[in-house]
Design a protein around this ligand. Structure first.
Ligand SMILES: [Zn+2]
Length: 270
């Protein structure tokens, strides 16, 4: 499931593959994109930079054009050399950006649109993003203040709110709360400043540890352990023993959209 770590990793990979290169061909099955390409062709533009903001991936082209994609649950970006066989079926292709040396292919991205830099600055879902723990100018104090603005909400929902802190999804939500020893149903106003600062710091550390290039091969990990089966503290481990105390991990669908939450009823009491 793509969360902030996945998107930042994809942005870094795309930047290395096509950043600074000239687009030789563009193709898409999405009419919204092909219309823009027909009016103001992508071919001949330079890929100025590729950037992640929270779970949004932004590709900046010369001539003030930005491609915004969001992967939601199943989308992914792949990089191929010209002629190389794709690892997903052609019917899953949504758009292709070709340069002389590398082709970037987006598969099943549910959100893809071209915007100008000005439209992006006024774009609700992007402009309203909270601080991104993976960005260079991450402001932890601002993230804490934004969390505290939702005092009567359960911490599990606040961590998922991209306007509060950007990039955390279901997996990291459960993992951060476990490491912080915080029960997912705790209301924000029951948590001290120090406790919130600790949660934000854990989120930043866990996300950052998963941005490194080799991670997809070994799976996401928050425990620091190398074995694939031991990568996560609680997520996906309902009914299995807690890695710290042995108590069976609890699982519930809760909060907005009834998304799954995992926690240890003994370690997470705050
Ligand atoms: Zn435990």
């Amino acid at each position: 499931m793509p969360e902030g770590d996945t998107i930042h990793r994809a942005a870094a990979t795309l930047q290395r593959a096509i950043g600074g290169q000239i687009v030789t061909r563009f193709e898409s099955v999405l009419p919204k994109l092909t219309r823009v390409d027909a009016d103001a062709p992508l071919r001949g533009r330079t890929v100025d930079r590729v950037e992640a903001r929270g779970k949004h991936l932004l590709i900046w082209f010369s001539g003030d054009l930005v491609l915004r994609t969001h992967m939601r649950m199943n989308g992914s970006w792949h990089i191929y050399r010209p002629g190389e066989r794709w690892q997903r079926p052609h019917r899953d292709m949504r758009l292709v950006i070709e340069t002389a040396a590398m082709h970037a292919v987006a598969f099943t991205v549910p959100v893809a649109e071209f915007v100008t830099s000005r439209e992006l600055a006024n774009h609700d879902v992007v402009a309203e993003l909270g601080p991104d723990p993976l960005s260079d100018n991450f402001n932890a104090e601002e993230a804490i203040e934004r969390i505290q603005a939702h005092g009567d909400v359960e911490i599990t929902d606040v961590l998922l709110d991209q306007r509060v802190i950007a990039g955390i999804g279901n997996v990291f939500k459960s993992e951060v709360l476990f490491e912080g020893g915080v029960h997912p149903e705790t209301r924000v106003d029951a948590l001290s400043d120090a406790r919130l600062a600790e949660l934000v710091d854990i989120a930043r550390r866990q996300l950052a540890a998963n941005v490194v290039e080799t991670m997809p091969r070994f799976g996401r990990r928050t425990t620091g352990r190398m074995a694939i089966a031991e990568g996560l503290w609680v997520y996906g481990r309902g009914g299995r023993p807690c890695r710290r105390c042995g108590t069976p991990i609890t699982f519930a669908r809760q909060g907005l959209g009834a998304r799954p939450t995992y926690w240890c009823p003994r370690c997470q009491t705050a």
